[in-house]
Write a protein that binds this ligand. Structure first.
Ligand code: ATP
Length: 272
């Protein structure tokens, strides 16, 4: 059961609305008429067995794929045909299943890449290092350092990202995503490769991200983490939505239990 209270009132307008989305790749229907929404301030979990369509859902929300049919609306704006950078500017950030940091940059510079998204500094201002440029640069660095502290990677700002531990690299990716000042942050398997202590720490970080005013979409295989941190969960199987509800409802749902390897209940209970 989630020990976090859903902060969004049930009647709140969705921040993200995925409406009857279908995505086909040749003969493969990766998402089949899937609808769900996310209210502001929610932590929504998207779960399902391998190949269920979770990453495809991320990719359609972040502009990597276009829906074959159906619509995705974010904060009142239809996302169809929007480029990835436009979607980032609108306020959606993501991390990836596989770490995608810039290896030849420091931790701080990796975060600054995220902060650059909203920069209004033009080439001339940068070349001549105008007062506006210098102020913006100082503010971005301050934000980046605050974010490194927020995710728990303090004291490593000047190190190359490849010198950080695996866990710190994953947290650094989250800091970089947060640097874009998102309204919605999409985390794709953030606990992959984590030990139990790191998972506990990650759960707290996800709660802190929400408490700082963000909305969170979480794709994760670790059921204990999902059940412990999410307000609501959507379950996909073979590209279709098969269930939606609170962690308690999902754990008791026979369709979900069947989807997870024929009633290996402890997987769904999060007892693994
Ligand atoms: N670019 C693509 N071209 C063709 N098929 C694709 C493409 N992307 C995804 N698929 C297919 O769509 C289906 C859903 O894949 P997806 O990666 O979204 O699943 P997933 O739930 O994220 O799986 P996992 O938990 O293993 O990451 C799979 O059958 C996959 O092979």
């Amino acid at each position: 059961m989630s020990d976090t209270a859903t902060q969004a009132p049930a009647t709140a307008q969705p921040l993200l609305d995925v409406d009857h989305v279908t995505i086909k790749f040749g003969g493969v229907v990766a998402l089949d008429d899937v609808s769900f929404d996310i209210k502001p301030g929610e932590i929504l979990g998207l779960i399902g067995p391998n190949g269920a369509g979770k990453t495809t859902a991320f990719n359609v929300i972040t502009g990597v794929y276009q829906a074959t049919s159906g619509t995705v609306t974010f904060d009142g704006t239809r996302l169809a045909k929007k480029k990835r950078y436009q979607i980032t500017k609108l306020g959606i950030a993501r991390t990836f299943q596989n770490i995608r940091l810039f290896p030849s940059m420091t931790a701080l510079d990796n975060v600054l890449v995220g902060a650059d998204v909203h920069s209004k500094v033009g080439v001339l201002r940068a070349i001549f290092r105008t007062p506006y440029f210098r102020r913006t640069e100082r503010e971005s660095k301050e934000l980046a350092r605050e974010l490194l502290t927020f995710v728990g990677v303090d004291g490593r700002a000047e190190e190359f990202s490849t010198n950080l531990s695996y866990g710190d690299q994953r947290r650094l990716e989250i800091a970089r995503a947060l640097a874009t000042k998102p309204k919605l942050i999409c985390l794709d398997e953030p606990a992959a490769g984590f030990n139990p202590a790191e998972k506990q720490r990650l759960m707290q970080l996800i709660r802190n991200i929400r408490d700082a005013g963000n909305t969170v979409l979480l794709v994760e295989h670790d059921m204990k983490l999902v059940m412990g941190v999410c307000d609501r969960i959507v379950v996909l199987e073979f590209g279709k939505k098969v269930a939606e509800g609170t962690p308690a409802e999902i754990q008791a749902n026979p369709v979900v239990i069947a989807a997870y390897l024929g009633a290996e209940e402890e997987d769904v209970d999060g007892a693994s």
